[in-house]
Ligand binder design. Structure first.
Ligand code: GLP
Length: 243
């Protein structure tokens, strides 16, 4: 079931997202957080850092699982999702490194990396899963056509996703990896609660497909229609086709 919140500014979107996150953080000392990369959750992470600094909230007992990672670039690459998460959140809170999980995209045995990650994830129940959405309706890196019951797997990135993400690679699509390791749609659906953030006009079609379209693997995010607890926070541009 979707709860949709529409805000005017990015700051308001981030604060509304933090309010949802805060309920989970307040509910127990050791929640399991499913985290996402991309520009959409950055404001939420800033609010979490501010909360940590201003209220002294400790993250030392939380466990985190990220959604995805590029294949073929090292963890210390400036655009790896491992680096992204450290630069945008982990370096500024007191979550111990051993509690942080990001899929390993730089290995000789990708199949084993997928199985290991899914097994580690299955040891826990994710209390809240943060999501962005791709302009083609992908969540994590589950591109159109991906089965709804998929678990952690390798995914070839579409031209559209590589072109969207080229802005992080000097605007050069050729530098964007072609392959990723990603939690599957089935993995994501196991989370107790989903918090999806989308801003900007280029997300309007995907947001419509997720909320109002047919449930189809052509729009991977439409699987969320089957989830019991999804909060979607949008700005007016992303909400332009539904409001
Ligand atoms: C990437 C990530 C997704 C993210 C999407 C949207 O492809 N794998 O998890 O949701 O981009 O990114 P942004 O929030 O920057 O628009």
């Amino acid at each position: 079931m979707f709860k949709v919140i529409i805000k005017d500014t990015n700051e308001e979107v981030s604060r509304a997202a933090f309010n949802v996150m805060k309920e989970v953080l307040d509910s127990k000392p050791n929640p399991v957080l499913g985290l996402a990369t991309g520009s959409s959750p950055v404001g939420l992470y800033k609010e979490m850092i501010k909360d940590h600094e201003e209220t002294g909230r400790s993250y030392k007992d939380i466990i985190t699982f990220n959604l995805d990672e590029y294949v073929g670039i090292p963890r210390d690459h400036e655009q790896s999702y491992y680096t992204f998460m450290h630069e945008n959140l982990f370096n500024y809170i007191d979550c111990p490194e051993e509690n942080i999980h990001v899929p390993e995209g730089n290995t000789d045995d990708h199949e084993k990396a997928c199985v290991d990650y899914e097994n580690a994830l299955k040891q826990h129940v994710v209390d809240i899963q943060v999501l962005g959405i791709g302009s083609d309706g992908h969540i994590a890196f589950n591109e159109p056509g991906c089965p709804f019951d998929s678990e952690t797997h390798l995914m070839e990135l579409t031209e559209q996703t590589r072109s969207d993400n080229a802005r992080f690679f000097d605007g050069d699509i050729n530098q964007v990896p072609t392959l990723s390791i990603t939690q599957g749609l089935g993995s994501i659906m196991r989370a107790k609660k989903i918090l999806l953030i989308a801003t900007g006009a280029n997300k309007a079609d995907a947001v419509w497909g997720m909320l109002k379209g047919e449930k189809t693997t052509d729009c991977p995010a439409s699987i969320l229609q089957d989830h019991a607890d999804v909060t979607v926070i949008l700005d007016r541009a992303a909400a332009s086709r539904i409001a």
